[in-house]
Design a protein around this ligand. Structure first.
Ligand SMILES: [Zn+2]
Length: 81
């Protein structure tokens, strides 16, 4: 039995990356700038979860940093008065 030909469907596309899936092969194609990766759906989901967890941590850190910056600006403004 011959396999159906590959069809790549877009899952998401942003300035950072493009993600396509071939439902015939169960392969997710990840394109990040010049880097292209082929992952099985299960591997892709594992990677996605890992990246989401990492991204959330970075976001928390960034938020914390912004808060400190605001605090420092407030403090120096106070000092000027
Ligand atoms: Zn395919």
């Amino acid at each position: 039995m011959r396999k159906k030909p590959c069809t790549h469907e877009y899952l998401a596309a942003t300035e950072s990356a493009r993600v396509l899936i071939c439902k015939e092969c169960g392969i997710v194609h990840l394109h990040i700038q010049n880097l292209a990766m082929r992952l099985e759906v299960r591997e892709f989901l594992g990677l996605a979860d890992t990246l989401t967890e990492a991204a959330n941590r970075v976001r928390v850190d960034e938020k914390e940093k912004t808060r400190h910056q605001e605090f420092n600006v407030l403090k120096s403004a106070h000092r000027l008065n």
